[in-house]
Structure formats: structure tokens, C-alpha cells
Design a protein around this ligand. Sequence first.
Ligand SMILES: [Zn+2]
Ligand SMILES: [Zn+2]
Length: 174
Amino acid sequence: MPNQHTNQTHCKRGHEFIPENIYTDKRGSRYCKECQKAYRQSPEAKESREKFRVSSEGRTYRSIWTAKNRKRVRAQNNLGNAKLKMEVLSHYSVGGTLGCCWEGCIVTDVDMLTLDHINDDGFKHILPGKRQRLSGIALHTWARINAFPEGFQTLCANHNLKKRINKARADRKQ
Ligand SMILES: [Zn+2]
Ligand SMILES: [Zn+2]
């Protein structure tokens, strides 16, 4: 923690600011060496060092850390995916406000909303070298990476179904 108050005699954890205990960085911020030492020995610091350590073969220990902390990693990923879904679906909603694009529909619950290919041309949105149609997180990621291309809309699950029913009906008439 940089210390802005240069006239302080003790750090916020009560270590004395004697010259031997002060480290000043390039920007002139003062740090308490005792606190830094304590941090280096803390479980968090140890964990973070382990996470980014690289073995002599150039392999990181991140994978080991990930395996050990599967639950935490999954929770973090879920949070990121939920944020991504919110961002992408909002973008493809009317006026950028999350909600189903079907005329008259009032569904705004993100759990009930999905991304719809307006012209059912989902197969155009495939990863190079892959033939599968993108959906879910992969599609959300793809849309954001590609700066939200046109051709999508946010629909609720029911209107997704309704659209398919309408299309099947139209196809049968032809
Ligand atoms: Zn201190
Ligand atoms: Zn709807």
C-alpha cells in the first residue's frame, strides 16, 4: 500500500516509519517493508506466486492451480459469462435495453432470453475450420470479438419457439 501521508510516523498496521523500514518507489510512494514482508509470507501471495510460476520447461503452474481451485474458477467464469450474455443480449435488444424484440413482448428476464439469428443463417457464423453452429457462450464471445455484427436479435424462449413454428408453417405452404 503506497502511503500518501509522508508525515506519518507509523504505517496503518502500526509499524514504525524508520528509514530502515521504508521503501520509496520511483513515483515517490512510500511502502512499509514490514507489511510487504508480511504480505509475501501470506497464503494469498504464496497462491499468486504459485499460479504464475513457470517451470524450467516453460510450463506454467496455472493449470495445477486451476485444478486445485476448480470451484472458484468455475464461479469466476460463470460470473464473466453472465456479464457477457447481459452485454451481448442488451446490444441486440431494442434501443440497447435488455428485452425480447418480438413486438408487444415484455420479457426482460435475462435467463429467458436468447440470441436469435434473424434470417436463420446461423451456419454463416462458424469458426474457421469448424462446421458447427455457434451458440451460447461461444456465440456471445464471437459477437463481441467481431464488434456486434448485424443479423441478430434478442428473443425470449417462447418467441424463439413461435418463430420456428411460423417458419415451419410457411415452409409447409410452399
Ligand atoms: Zn507496516
Ligand atoms: Zn418474447
